[in-house]
Structures are given as structure tokens and as C-alpha cells.
Design a protein. Structure first.
Lengths: 147, 206
């Protein structure tokens, strides 16, 4: 969790999703790097930041504690790729499952998604600028884009 | 039941390392046949790492790497991934193709083929050694090759373990010919019950 104009970065997103939250008015932002859709089947004392549901909950709580207003928080997300094409079982389509879970959790918490760059079969490194709200996405071989 | 790699004792780690050594020995033989030349292979290190440190071993999460990935089924479900940074992959290709180092600048199709084959050999020989010691039937899938950011390639596979733990087993492999050393990493990710079964079969599960 940071205050503008800090930038947040997470590198090498494959099936993981980078969730960037921002309260532009209070100038508070956060980024989570989640690996899995749900903490339901996780053991106790697992790292909450890995799961979409708990990461989003925790981020909102932290931002509010820093002075953000939940009604003003917006999101941008990236990742959720399927890097290898092995197997058709559910387990392997983790990128897609992560995307779905993140979209659902954000909706559940009333957070609109301003932009998303998910899917595909390539890695992404993302840099979130909390001052402008811009999300820069870098890839190997497919260039950069800003959403 | 052993579920977390961190619970492995020194003895158990040694057993897994020994299998790595035997696998490496077999791989060296196979590589010699493949290249008509002698390439030494060893397993210098075995370690247990937290997920977020895995990508650092190969240069960081956004380092471009070559990854060769197998799903293993049968008596124990595992995932095997052999990873090299692009620079090391090029060096390895030079080593395998018998050209002077620095000769090649990029990883073209032929070079990638050579590296993928090496990855295939190392993974298979490791698996064979494991199968031999445990008397377990282990069936590898055909290899999937990826060239992209290390973090991205590791992601989806590590996510399978995120539900039960935060640590994986890593075996480092060193390839050497003359003065040239190339280090590649073989990641063995057994699914939780699989680790237990493997340790039992090795006779080191206490």
C-alpha cells in the first residue's frame, strides 16, 4: 500500500494476476500478486496475499486504514495467462480461473474495473503509477502497452 | 505425513540428492551419445526454496528463460521443469553443438531443439533414477517448451502447490565441458501425497 506518486511493480506474471487498486482522491494505491482463485481449500496460516478473495479483502482494509474510501476505489488488473498448453484439466486452466475469481471478488466488493489485460499465453511485468492511475504492461516480444 | 518440504531431514534431502546424482550420471552418458562428445554433469546443490525465491535462481522473474516442463503421473504425481536463462541456454546449445562459446548470439530453432533435448534427457534420466530407487511407475508427459519471463513460466506450475505449501524442491545441475560451465536448474515439484510416497519408497520416511 502506498501513497501517490509512488509506483508499484510486479514482474513475471503468468497465470497469476496483478490487482491494482486506487483511491485517486485520497491518493492511496495498492497492488497484489495473486496465484490462486480462492482461499477456501487452503490450510490455516497460509499467506493470504496469494488468494484472490483474501488479498482483495486485505488490500481494501489496509487502504481504508490509510484513509481511503471504499466507494472511491477503482481497479485495473493484468495477467491470468495460460503459459503451457499441457492438459485440459481444470487445474491447468489456472489463469482463467484466477481472472474469473478476481473479477467476481472485485464486483462483490463494489470495485469497478477500469481496465484489464488478461489471458493470452505470454508473461507480463506491470508497473502501476498511483499518481496518474496508469498501468504499464511490458512483455517479451509483444512490446508494451498502457491501460 | 510429510507435506511441507521444510520438514525434510538432512537424511531425506541426501536421499533425494543421491537420486539427482545418479540421474545426472545417466544424463551425462546420454548427452555424450547425443553429441559424440563428453559432457560432465553433476548435481551440485539440493535445496528447499520458498516460491518467491525460485525465479531469482534463474535471474529474476522477468528474465527471459527457456523452460521445459513435464507433468508426471503414475504412482506419484509430480511436475518437472528444467530452466535456463536465455544466455545460459545459448551457451548450452554451443556446448552441445560443439561450437566455440560466443559463436552464437541467439537461440534459433536448432539451438532451442538442442536445449529442449537436453532438458528432456535430464528430466527423463532423473525420473528413471527415481523410478528405479522407488520401484514406482512414473510416466512423463511429452515436454512443453516455453520461452518467456521466468516468473510467468513458473507461475502456473507453482500455483498447483500454493494450496498446500509455500516451498518447492530444487536440484541444481551443472554441465561442464573443459573450462565451460553452464548451470541449469531442475525443479521437482511432487504433489504432497506424492512426496510422502516417494520418501516411503526410498525407505527414509520416519
Amino acid at each position: 500500500m502506498v501513497r501517490a506518486p509512488d509506483r508499484l511493480i510486479t514482474a513475471g506474471l503468468g497465470s497469476c494476476i496483478g490487482i491494482c487498486l486506487l483511491d485517486k482522491v485520497a491518493k492511496i494505491g495498492g497492488m497484489a500478486h495473486i496465484m490462486l482463485p480462492s482461499s477456501e481449500k487452503a490450510r490455516a496460516n497460509q499467506n493470504r496475499a496469494k488468494f484472490a478473495d483474501t488479498a482483495i479483502e486485505d488490500m481494501i482494509a489496509l487502504m481504508v486504514k490509510m484513509g481511503a474510501s471504499p466507494k472511491r476505489i477503482t481497479a485495473k488488473i493484468a495477467g491470468g495467462a495460460q503459459m503451457f498448453n499441457i492438459g485440459s484439466s481444470d487445474v491447468m486452466k489456472i489463469g482463467e480461473r484466477n481472472s474469473k475469481a478476481v473479477v467476481e471478488c472485485l464486483a462483490k466488493n463494489g470495485i469497478p474495473i477500469l481496465a484489464q489485460d488478461t489471458g493470452g499465453n505470454y508473461g507480463r511485468t506491470i508497473i502501476f503509477d498511483t499518481a496518474s492511475g496508469e498501468l504499464l504492461i511490458r512483455t517479451i516480444g509483444l512490446g508494451e502497452r498502457v491501460i | 505425513m510429510i507435506e511441507d518440504f521444510r520438514d525434510l531431514t538432512g537424511l531425506q534431502l541426501d536421499a533425494l540428492k543421491e537420486i539427482g546424482n545418479i540421474g545426472a550420471g545417466n544424463a551425462a552418458t546420454a548427452l555424450a551419445v547425443m553429441t559424440g562428445d563428453r559432457i560432465d554433469m553433476s548435481v551440485p546443490r539440493v535445496g528447499i526454496l520458498p516460491f518467491d525465491k525460485v525465479a531469482e535462481l534463474v535471474g529474476g522473474p522477468d528474465t527471459q528463460v527457456v523452460a521445459i516442463y513435464f507433468q508426471v503421473t503414475g504412482a506419484a504425481n509430480c511436475n518437472i521443469m528444467f530452466i535456463l536463462s536465455i544466455e545460459k541456454a545459448v551457451l548450452l546449445a554451443e556446448l552441445l553443438m560443439g561450437v566455440p562459446p560466443g559463436d552464437k548470439k541467439t537461440l534459433g530453432n536448432m539451438e532451442l531443439s538442442a536445449v529442449a533435448e537436453a532438458g528432456n534427457i535430464i528430466s527423463s534420466t532423473y525420473l528413471n533414477a527415481l523410478a528405479m530407487f522407488t520401484q514406482m511407475t512414473l510416466i512423463p508427459s511429452p515436454p512443453a517448451v516455453g520461452i518467456d519471463m521466468a516468473g510467468a513460466l513458473l507461475d502456473g506450475v507453482l500455483a498447483l502447490y500454493g494450496e498446500v505449501g509455500d516451498y518447492v524442491l530444487v536440484l541444481e545441475n551443472k554441465f561442464r565441458k573443459g573450462d565451460l560451465d553452464v548451470i541449469g536448474h531442475l525443479f521437482l515439484l511432487p504433489e504432497p501425497e506424492a512426496l510422502d510416497r516417494i520418501l516411503n519408497a526410498l525407505g527414509v520416511n520416519f
